[in-house]
Design a protein around this ligand. Structure first.
Ligand SMILES: Nc1ncnc2c1ncn2[C@@H]1O[C@H](COP(=O)(O)OP(=O)(O)OP(=O)(O)O)[C@@H](O)[C@H]1O
Ligand SMILES: [Mg+2]
Length: 252
Protein backbone atom coordinates (compact mmCIF):
# COMPACT_ATOMS: atom_id res chain seq x y z
CA UNK A 1 0.00 0.00 0.00
CA UNK A 2 1.45 3.38 -1.04
CA UNK A 3 1.12 6.63 0.90
CA UNK A 4 -0.85 7.85 -2.15
CA UNK A 5 -3.29 5.46 -3.82
CA UNK A 6 -5.15 6.63 -6.92
CA UNK A 7 -7.77 4.20 -8.23
CA UNK A 8 -9.91 4.32 -11.36
CA UNK A 9 -9.90 8.10 -11.85
CA UNK A 10 -11.96 9.35 -14.79
CA UNK A 11 -12.38 12.97 -15.84
CA UNK A 12 -14.13 14.27 -18.94
CA UNK A 13 -14.13 17.82 -20.28
CA UNK A 14 -17.18 17.78 -22.58
CA UNK A 15 -16.39 15.18 -25.23
CA UNK A 16 -12.75 14.82 -24.19
CA UNK A 17 -11.63 12.07 -21.83
CA UNK A 18 -8.78 13.89 -20.07
CA UNK A 19 -8.24 11.04 -17.58
CA UNK A 20 -9.36 7.48 -18.28
CA UNK A 21 -9.15 4.89 -15.52
CA UNK A 22 -5.96 6.22 -13.92
CA UNK A 23 -4.39 4.02 -11.24
CA UNK A 24 -1.28 5.12 -9.41
CA UNK A 25 0.46 4.02 -6.24
CA UNK A 26 3.23 6.16 -4.76
CA UNK A 27 5.31 4.34 -2.13
CA UNK A 28 6.32 6.22 1.00
CA UNK A 29 9.83 7.64 1.00
CA UNK A 30 10.32 7.39 -2.74
CA UNK A 31 10.35 9.79 -5.67
CA UNK A 32 7.75 8.89 -8.28
CA UNK A 33 7.57 10.73 -11.59
CA UNK A 34 4.51 11.01 -13.80
CA UNK A 35 5.60 11.93 -17.30
CA UNK A 36 3.85 12.28 -20.63
CA UNK A 37 3.64 14.35 -23.79
CA UNK A 38 1.55 17.53 -24.14
CA UNK A 39 -2.10 17.00 -23.35
CA UNK A 40 -1.47 13.64 -21.64
CA UNK A 41 -3.48 14.69 -18.57
CA UNK A 42 -0.62 15.41 -16.14
CA UNK A 43 -1.89 18.75 -14.88
CA UNK A 44 -5.44 17.44 -14.73
CA UNK A 45 -4.28 14.57 -12.50
CA UNK A 46 -2.31 16.94 -10.29
CA UNK A 47 -5.36 19.20 -9.92
CA UNK A 48 -7.39 16.19 -8.79
CA UNK A 49 -4.74 15.29 -6.22
CA UNK A 50 -4.76 18.75 -4.64
CA UNK A 51 -8.54 19.23 -4.63
CA UNK A 52 -8.73 21.78 -7.44
CA UNK A 53 -10.71 19.46 -9.69
CA UNK A 54 -13.35 16.87 -8.85
CA UNK A 55 -13.11 13.70 -10.98
CA UNK A 56 -16.18 12.01 -12.46
CA UNK A 57 -15.29 8.76 -10.72
CA UNK A 58 -12.53 6.98 -8.83
CA UNK A 59 -10.80 7.40 -5.50
CA UNK A 60 -7.72 9.11 -4.11
CA UNK A 61 -6.45 7.97 -0.73
CA UNK A 62 -3.60 9.71 1.05
CA UNK A 63 -2.12 8.25 4.21
CA UNK A 64 -5.28 6.16 4.65
CA UNK A 65 -7.75 9.06 4.19
CA UNK A 66 -9.82 10.10 1.19
CA UNK A 67 -8.72 13.30 -0.52
CA UNK A 68 -11.74 13.71 -2.77
CA UNK A 69 -14.31 16.28 -1.67
CA UNK A 70 -11.80 18.14 0.50
CA UNK A 71 -10.80 21.74 -0.13
CA UNK A 72 -7.21 22.49 -1.24
CA UNK A 73 -6.22 23.93 2.17
CA UNK A 74 -7.63 20.85 3.93
CA UNK A 75 -5.55 18.59 1.68
CA UNK A 76 -2.56 20.77 2.45
CA UNK A 77 -3.16 20.23 6.14
CA UNK A 78 -3.33 16.46 5.58
CA UNK A 79 0.32 16.72 4.56
CA UNK A 80 0.35 17.33 0.80
CA UNK A 81 2.25 20.39 -0.41
CA UNK A 82 2.52 21.46 -3.99
CA UNK A 83 5.15 23.43 -5.86
CA UNK A 84 3.36 25.24 -8.66
CA UNK A 85 4.52 25.48 -12.27
CA UNK A 86 4.81 29.26 -11.82
CA UNK A 87 6.26 30.11 -8.42
CA UNK A 88 3.65 31.58 -6.06
CA UNK A 89 5.58 33.85 -3.77
CA UNK A 90 5.03 37.24 -2.13
CA UNK A 91 7.17 39.46 -4.36
CA UNK A 92 7.29 42.44 -1.97
CA UNK A 93 8.42 40.44 1.05
CA UNK A 94 11.90 39.14 1.81
CA UNK A 95 12.94 35.53 1.35
CA UNK A 96 12.78 34.97 5.13
CA UNK A 97 9.31 36.53 5.41
CA UNK A 98 8.03 34.36 2.58
CA UNK A 99 9.15 31.22 4.40
CA UNK A 100 7.70 32.35 7.73
CA UNK A 101 4.17 32.78 6.41
CA UNK A 102 3.34 29.13 5.58
CA UNK A 103 5.05 28.14 8.80
CA UNK A 104 2.57 30.27 10.70
CA UNK A 105 -0.37 29.13 8.56
CA UNK A 106 0.43 25.49 9.33
CA UNK A 107 0.29 26.13 13.07
CA UNK A 108 -2.76 28.39 13.14
CA UNK A 109 -4.83 26.66 10.49
CA UNK A 110 -5.61 29.71 8.39
CA UNK A 111 -3.47 32.60 7.30
CA UNK A 112 -4.77 36.05 8.17
CA UNK A 113 -3.01 38.99 6.61
CA UNK A 114 -3.65 41.31 9.60
CA UNK A 115 -1.51 39.06 11.75
CA UNK A 116 1.57 39.58 9.61
CA UNK A 117 3.54 41.63 12.14
CA UNK A 118 3.08 39.08 14.87
CA UNK A 119 4.25 36.31 12.54
CA UNK A 120 7.53 38.05 11.83
CA UNK A 121 8.25 38.75 15.48
CA UNK A 122 7.85 35.14 16.60
CA UNK A 123 11.17 33.57 17.48
CA UNK A 124 10.14 29.94 17.04
CA UNK A 125 8.82 30.62 13.54
CA UNK A 126 12.00 32.47 12.63
CA UNK A 127 14.04 29.49 13.83
CA UNK A 128 12.04 27.06 11.68
CA UNK A 129 12.39 29.34 8.67
CA UNK A 130 16.14 29.63 9.30
CA UNK A 131 16.54 25.85 9.31
CA UNK A 132 14.66 25.46 6.04
CA UNK A 133 16.58 28.25 4.32
CA UNK A 134 19.76 26.46 5.34
CA UNK A 135 18.41 23.21 3.84
CA UNK A 136 17.79 24.88 0.48
CA UNK A 137 21.08 26.84 0.62
CA UNK A 138 19.41 30.25 0.75
CA UNK A 139 20.61 31.54 4.11
CA UNK A 140 22.70 34.26 2.50
CA UNK A 141 19.71 35.49 0.52
CA UNK A 142 17.25 35.57 3.42
CA UNK A 143 17.01 39.38 3.50
CA UNK A 144 16.67 39.86 -0.25
CA UNK A 145 13.32 40.83 -1.69
CA UNK A 146 11.66 37.85 -3.38
CA UNK A 147 11.06 39.95 -6.51
CA UNK A 148 14.81 40.35 -7.01
CA UNK A 149 15.56 36.60 -7.12
CA UNK A 150 16.50 34.68 -10.26
CA UNK A 151 13.96 32.22 -11.64
CA UNK A 152 15.87 29.29 -10.17
CA UNK A 153 16.01 30.94 -6.74
CA UNK A 154 12.29 31.76 -6.87
CA UNK A 155 11.62 28.08 -7.41
CA UNK A 156 14.00 27.25 -4.56
CA UNK A 157 12.15 29.71 -2.31
CA UNK A 158 8.82 28.18 -3.22
CA UNK A 159 10.20 24.79 -2.32
CA UNK A 160 11.29 26.18 1.05
CA UNK A 161 7.75 27.53 1.58
CA UNK A 162 6.41 24.00 1.02
CA UNK A 163 9.04 22.27 3.13
CA UNK A 164 8.49 24.53 6.13
CA UNK A 165 5.01 23.01 6.39
CA UNK A 166 6.71 19.66 6.96
CA UNK A 167 4.65 17.81 4.31
CA UNK A 168 4.52 14.04 4.01
CA UNK A 169 4.18 14.33 0.24
CA UNK A 170 5.64 17.02 -1.97
CA UNK A 171 4.00 17.37 -5.37
CA UNK A 172 6.08 19.14 -7.98
CA UNK A 173 4.60 20.44 -11.20
CA UNK A 174 7.38 20.63 -13.82
CA UNK A 175 9.93 21.89 -11.28
CA UNK A 176 12.45 22.95 -13.93
CA UNK A 177 10.06 24.40 -16.53
CA UNK A 178 11.51 27.45 -18.25
CA UNK A 179 14.84 27.20 -16.46
CA UNK A 180 18.29 27.56 -17.96
CA UNK A 181 20.38 24.39 -18.02
CA UNK A 182 22.48 25.35 -14.98
CA UNK A 183 19.37 26.11 -12.89
CA UNK A 184 17.82 22.80 -14.01
CA UNK A 185 20.89 20.88 -12.84
CA UNK A 186 20.88 22.80 -9.54
CA UNK A 187 17.22 22.03 -8.96
CA UNK A 188 17.73 18.32 -9.64
CA UNK A 189 20.64 18.29 -7.17
CA UNK A 190 18.57 20.17 -4.60
CA UNK A 191 15.67 17.71 -4.88
CA UNK A 192 18.06 14.82 -4.33
CA UNK A 193 19.49 16.56 -1.30
CA UNK A 194 16.06 17.24 0.18
CA UNK A 195 15.10 13.61 -0.30
CA UNK A 196 18.24 12.44 1.43
CA UNK A 197 17.98 14.95 4.30
CA UNK A 198 14.27 14.80 5.00
CA UNK A 199 13.18 11.42 3.70
CA UNK A 200 10.17 13.09 2.11
CA UNK A 201 7.98 11.37 -0.49
CA UNK A 202 7.92 13.23 -3.81
CA UNK A 203 5.66 12.99 -6.84
CA UNK A 204 6.95 14.92 -9.84
CA UNK A 205 4.84 15.80 -12.85
CA UNK A 206 7.12 16.34 -15.79
CA UNK A 207 7.16 16.53 -19.55
CA UNK A 208 10.89 15.98 -19.99
CA UNK A 209 12.00 12.47 -19.05
CA UNK A 210 15.62 13.56 -18.75
CA UNK A 211 14.78 15.77 -15.76
CA UNK A 212 13.39 12.87 -13.73
CA UNK A 213 15.66 10.12 -14.99
CA UNK A 214 18.20 10.38 -12.16
CA UNK A 215 15.63 11.52 -9.58
CA UNK A 216 12.79 9.02 -9.65
CA UNK A 217 12.73 5.45 -8.39
CA UNK A 218 9.64 4.82 -10.51
CA UNK A 219 8.15 6.49 -13.54
CA UNK A 220 4.55 6.29 -14.74
CA UNK A 221 4.02 7.30 -18.36
CA UNK A 222 0.66 8.90 -19.11
CA UNK A 223 -0.60 9.20 -22.66
CA UNK A 224 -4.04 10.44 -23.68
CA UNK A 225 -5.19 10.32 -20.08
CA UNK A 226 -4.23 6.71 -19.40
CA UNK A 227 -1.16 5.17 -17.75
CA UNK A 228 0.78 3.44 -20.48
CA UNK A 229 3.74 1.92 -18.62
CA UNK A 230 5.09 2.07 -15.09
CA UNK A 231 8.62 0.97 -14.30
CA UNK A 232 12.10 1.94 -13.15
CA UNK A 233 13.70 4.76 -15.23
CA UNK A 234 16.12 2.42 -17.05
CA UNK A 235 13.18 0.38 -18.40
CA UNK A 236 11.20 3.48 -19.41
CA UNK A 237 13.90 5.03 -21.56
CA UNK A 238 13.71 3.50 -25.01
CA UNK A 239 10.51 1.54 -24.23
CA UNK A 240 8.64 1.15 -27.54
CA UNK A 241 5.30 2.34 -26.09
CA UNK A 242 6.97 5.40 -24.61
CA UNK A 243 8.68 6.17 -27.91
CA UNK A 244 5.31 6.00 -29.59
CA UNK A 245 3.72 8.33 -27.03
CA UNK A 246 6.54 10.85 -27.45
CA UNK A 247 6.54 10.50 -31.23
CA UNK A 248 8.66 13.18 -32.86
CA UNK A 249 10.43 14.20 -29.66
CA UNK A 250 14.16 13.60 -29.30
CA UNK A 251 14.21 12.83 -25.58
CA UNK A 252 13.37 9.09 -25.73
N1 LIG B 1 -10.54 22.98 -18.07
C1 LIG B 1 -10.47 22.31 -19.21
N2 LIG B 1 -11.48 22.32 -20.10
C2 LIG B 1 -11.41 21.62 -21.25
N3 LIG B 1 -10.36 20.85 -21.60
C3 LIG B 1 -9.33 20.80 -20.76
C4 LIG B 1 -9.31 21.51 -19.53
N4 LIG B 1 -8.14 21.26 -18.88
C5 LIG B 1 -7.45 20.42 -19.68
N5 LIG B 1 -8.15 20.14 -20.80
C6 LIG B 1 -7.74 19.22 -21.87
O1 LIG B 1 -7.45 17.96 -21.25
C7 LIG B 1 -6.31 17.36 -21.85
C8 LIG B 1 -5.26 17.11 -20.80
O2 LIG B 1 -4.76 18.38 -20.39
P1 LIG B 1 -3.62 18.56 -19.31
O3 LIG B 1 -3.43 20.02 -19.11
O4 LIG B 1 -3.95 17.76 -18.11
O5 LIG B 1 -2.36 17.94 -20.06
P2 LIG B 1 -0.82 17.96 -19.65
O6 LIG B 1 -0.35 16.56 -19.71
O7 LIG B 1 -0.65 18.70 -18.39
O8 LIG B 1 -0.16 18.74 -20.88
P3 LIG B 1 1.09 19.78 -20.92
O9 LIG B 1 2.34 18.96 -21.02
O10 LIG B 1 0.83 20.53 -22.18
O11 LIG B 1 1.06 20.64 -19.68
C9 LIG B 1 -5.85 18.30 -22.95
O12 LIG B 1 -6.40 17.85 -24.18
C10 LIG B 1 -6.44 19.63 -22.55
O13 LIG B 1 -6.69 20.45 -23.67
MG1 LIG C 1 0.39 20.48 -17.83
Amino acid sequence: MGILEVKGINKRFGGLQALGDVNLSVAENTTHAIIGPNGAGKSTLLNVLVGKLIPDSGSVMFDGQSVLGRKPHEINQMGISRVFQTPEIFADLTVMENVMIPCFAKRDGAFRMHAIESIFSEKSIRQQADAILDDVNMTEKSNMLASSLSRGDKRRLEMAMCLVQDPKLLLLDEPTAGMARADTQNTIALLKEIRAKRGITMAIIEHDMNVVFSLAERITVLAQGTPLVEDIPEKIKGHPKVREAYLGEAQV
